[in-house]
Design a protein around this ligand. Structure first.
Ligand SMILES: Cc1cc2nc3c(=O)[nH]c(=O)nc-3n(C[C@H](O)[C@H](O)[C@H](O)COP(=O)(O)O)c2cc1C
Length: 199
């Protein structure tokens, strides 16, 4: 089985909902499974620390999850046109994996949720791509053969899947946004499965 890591941060649940759709896409590919993992919020040294085990949702990601995966789907809410600090903090701690080259040659794809339509989804997606490129990963987007890229009136970009959550973070994923999350997971898993078989 080629296991694809779906790694995300989500404060209000929108990116988490996307992660689940991406996972469905991954699991639609024969021989592929999705491993859902999240990261804890960042706490300054003067603040309280949280438990190693989250109260709800999937476990926190470890470096072992990254080492073991055949591919990576990574998602974050847009924060000032960037990825959210908790995900960046987790990635900033992966110097050991960078040094060992553990992620080189593995396929990766990114997804984001934003409050507004033109609030920086593309830059947030690209901000997640940068560290993955430094890790030597192979970045995948969504091709325009996906009809949703033309049909969408909310999220969905060639750089990765996206969702417009609205000012109150309460907009559900549209059908098109769901389809594009699914398509991204399926595409990632399809490539990962081929690479996995050959390695
Ligand atoms: C500090 C902060 C910065 C944000 N920056 C942006 C932004 O640049 N563009 C945007 O459209 N939404 C922005 N938002 C809204 C978030 O993207 C939105 O809350 C998020 O998509 C919800 O995802 P979640 O439910 O997974 O937490 C920001 C929210 C916060 C708290």
């Amino acid at each position: 089985m080629a296991e694809i890591l779906v790694l995300y941060y989500s404060r209000y649940g929108n990116t988490a909902a996307m992660a689940r759709q991406v996972s469905h896409g991954i699991e639609s590919v024969a021989g592929c499974t999705a491993r859902l993992r999240t990261v804890p919020p960042v706490s300054a040294v003067c603040e309280a620390t949280a438990s190693d085990i989250p109260d709800t949702g999937p476990p926190y990601a470890t470096h072992e999850d990254l080492k073991a995966c055949a591919g990576l789907a990574m998602g974050s809410p847009a924060r000032f046109g960037n990825m959210a600090a908790p995900l960046k903090y987790f990635l900033d701690g992966t110097g050991d994996l960078w040094l060992s080259g553990a992620m080189i040659g593995k396929p990766a794809a990114v997804f984001t949720s934003s409050g507004s339509l033109h609030g920086g989804q593309e830059t947030a997606l690209q901000s997640m791509m940068l560290p993955l490129l430094h890790h030597g990963m192979l970045l995948l987007g969504l091709p325009y053969s996906e009809p949703g890229l033309f049909a969408t009136t909310s999220g969905g970009t060639p750089y990765g899947a996206s969702h417009v959550a609205g000012a109150d973070n309460n907009k559900e994923l549209s059908h098109v946004e769901k389809d594009l999350c699914f398509a991204l997971g399926k595409r990632l898993a399809g490539i990962a499965a081929k690479l996995y078989k050959c390695s």
